[in-house]
Design a binder for this molecule. Structure first.
Ligand code: PLP
Length: 381
């Protein structure tokens, strides 16, 4: 079944699966125990940490393995809030994932300076410069989960470095899709393994080199004292192994995949009059397309395509469940009515060019019925 919802989660990659099974067979011991088999597990943990640090350009001691992006951002912002005075404000991009927005509101309440984007979902630079100055930290993602829009994170890291401002960067949708070298230029960076082929429930937070007494949760002395709790070595190892695979081999295919995405967009906009690609003029991830359909509620398109064997989405899985319309689309200046007609399509490395073509054909095939239903109000069963 062609799966086009990779930004929600990815299938377990065969390499990650094999690594996970092997680690469970060979290194199931507690890495903190004192006998030799436990030491072997500990060596594996250290090795995974060193490799991840190297890919990001970080120091090993800055890597904390966590359960994923949500835990990581809460821990990072809780720490920053505790360090800051009660008056401190942070600058936060409006199109962040709801996990990040919730953490910002939880730890900084109303002390948030909102950063706006243009119609393509890319930050307005002069505003960032102005609002970042005098704030306690800057929070801007590397790439957006709904539109794929890429933010100028390298430039933000450089700016924040110059102004001694902590920069918190959500790399959940960047990792495994594009090279991750240089991400550690941001003080705080985090990701979730299940977004790039690793098991669910494992991720990491790269902490600031100047963070003192940082802790996500008290407990044992695991993770250099930053996060208590027995580590899930099989998942950590699998996550780093699959990231290595992406770094060394997969990201080299980016330009080919960008072409496939572009061909899909051309085909759909040609075949269905009035379709618009959200963020069309921005640099976007090779795997993500957000379409504004001219008619038909998103749920109806999703249901029709599901019947034809295609799995797509209308935005962030977290927001879908709460039945909210997308805050990302609204922040980009689209109306509430537009937000009801958004389709998010996100491919994976295993997606073939023919899958993209077949999806474009399926959208074209269901369009007349959806248009007729909208005109008559009669649903065809
Ligand atoms: N940040 C982004 C950009 C995401 O896409 C997601 C998941 O959709 C998250 C954070 C939260 O990740 P998790 O649910 O794995 O904690």
């Amino acid at each position: 079944m062609p799966y086009f919802d990779h930004n929600a989660t990815t299938p377990l990659d065969p390499i990650a699966r094999e690594t996970w099974l092997r680690a469970n067979d060979e290194h199931w011991h507690n890495p903190s125990s004192l006998y030799r088999d436990a030491a072997k597990a500990r060596i594996r943990m250290d090795n995974a940490r060193a490799r991840l640090a190297e890919y990001l350009g970080a120091a090993e001691k800055e890597i904390v393995f966590t359960s994923g992006a949500t835990e990581s951002v809460h821990a990072a912002l809780a720490h920053l809030a505790a360090q800051a005075g009660p008056e401190a404000e942070i600058a936060v991009n409006r199109t962040e994932h709801s996990a990040v927005l919730s953490a910002a509101r939880r730890w900084f309440g109303s002390r948030i300076r909102w950063l706006n984007t243009d119609r393509n979902g890319v930050l307005l630079w002069p505003e960032l410069e102005e609002k970042a100055r005098g704030s306690h930290a800057v929070v801007v993602m590397a790439a957006n989960n709904e539109t794929g829009a890429i933010q100028p994170w390298e430039k933000i890291a450089e700016f924040c470095g110059r102004h001694h401002l902590p920069y918190v960067c959500d790399a959940a949708q960047w990792l495994g899709k594009l090279p991750c070298g240089g991400l550690a230029e941001a003080d705080w960076v985090f990701g979730s393994g299940h977004k790039f082929g690793a098991p669910k429930g494992v991720g990491f937070l790269k902490i600031s080199s100047s963070a003192r007494a940082f802790s996500t949760q008290p407990g044992g002395a695991q993770e250099n004292g930053h996060r208590g709790g027995t580590e899930d070595l099989p998942s950590i190892w699998a996550m780093v192994e699959i990231l290595a695979e992406a770094e060394h081999r997969k990201v080299l295919l980016e330009s080919e995949r960008l072409t496939w995405r572009k061909q899909f967009e051309d085909q759909v906009t040609r075949e269905i009059a009035g379709v618009r690609v959200i963020g069309a003029e921005a640099d976007r991830l090779w795997n993500t397309v957000s379409l504004l359909m001219p008619f038909g509620a998103s749920q109806r398109w999703i249901a029709q395509l599901d019947k034809l064997g295609f799995q797509i989405s209308n935005g962030s899985a977290c927001a879908t469940r709460k039945e909210e319309s997308s805050h990302v689309i609204a922040a980009m200046g689209y109306s509430g009515d537009d937000a009801q007609r958004i389709l998010r399509i996100s491919s994976g490395w295993e997606t073939k060019r023919t899958d993209w073509t077949a999806l474009a054909e399926a959208l074209t095939a269901v369009a007349p019925d959806l248009k007729a239903t909208e005109a008559t109000g009669v649903i065809k069963v």
